[in-house]
Design a protein around this ligand. Sequence first.
Ligand SMILES: *Cc1c(COP(=O)(O)O)cnc(C)c1O
Length: 430
Amino acid sequence: MGYAKSEAAYEEAYRYIPGGVDSPVRAFGAVEGTPPFIERGEGAYLYDIDGNRYIDYVQSWGPLIFGHCDPDIEAAVIETAKKGLSFGAPTELETALAKEIVSLFDSVDKVRFVSSGTEAVMSAIRLARGFTQRDDIVKFEGCYHGHSDSLLVQAGSGAATFGNPSSPGVPADLTKHTLLARYNDIESVKRCFDASEKGVACVIIEPIAGNMGLVPAEESFLKALRELCDEYGTVLIFDEVMSGFRASLKGAQGITSVKPDMVTLGKVIGAGMPVGAFGGRKEIMAKLSPEGPVYQAGTLSGNPVAMAAGLASLRKLKADPSIYVMLGEKAKRLMEGFKKAAEAVEVPMVTEVRGSMFGFFFSDKSVKNFDDAKENDQALFAKFHRGMLDRGIYLACSSFETGFISTAISDEMIDETIKAAYETLGEIRN
Ligand SMILES: *Cc1c(COP(=O)(O)O)cnc(C)c1O
């Protein structure tokens, strides 16, 4: 496989776009080489501008549960686009998609659409603060909730520390209300509640964390979190931008019995178009402008073409619940294969599957939180990623990302991927 055209395109992009990319992880900073530039996708495959073909396990970082160019979604998009791209006025498509979401999520009475996951979470937090009239929020190390200022906080030990910004440009004043807790550790959350003088507005969590690798929350932990939030009148927000319609049709909420007060969605909900959403209980959503005083707005929010794509995708998912069984079986098949490939060369590996989401770490330690996750062998991952790419397997370019199965991926493709894993690990170890 050659990458000459992609390498030239990367150099060219670098001259005009910071780092050559519009989102940092795309730059292959944590792995070897430079990113292939993509020409098109088709079903399970990506094609780059050098003519290389890859089985795509990234799927635009999650949205494409039906793979590329699904005919039903494509038709819905084209038909809607022909009527105009945006009106800045209400359309029935928004209500139709809202109804689908409300019917799926018990915890959602009303929902508002935005254009990204970042926007969904940022708005949900503002609403939770407005609803509770408190400022402090609790987030977890290793959970990603988009790049808005008050959420760009991660580092630090499990203690109840007031967050330091993890990026220049974020004033410490804007993160001083963000308290950091340790994933799957309820004592660390209690310490945050104790440290908060005026009370905690909300706890935000990825109930199935997908941004420190795939690390699900334990059921007992979520239950304890729910109890703690009830005790303090704190809003519990499940950030299901990634896990929504991925871990199951209802995301994590199809798996755990714990009900949040608010939910944020994105990725699959737009099927590849820019869509995010946040929803929750009636009395919380009633505080949102123009019904209530908490301001939130968007010129392109509820964009008709994006709504049409999301609606087509969601209706397909709802029509056939066996899709998730099939996706889960494929994800398990892949992870079992990877594990055996690793065992064959005596490399430790731990794996995780939730519905169509899969994750693996080169590590011999079961991963419960971000500190555990950071112990994975990232140098080995970088080599593995390169070897797989050279064999036509497109995996996320960081050991802290989650992989995705689409309905377009066949058992034969999974087996081809496992074979590539054997070859790659064999090559690395020799
Ligand atoms: C991707 C992601 C976001 C951010 O969504 P964008 O559309 O990239 O802004 C927020 N939360 C979680 C859990 C995510 O996985």
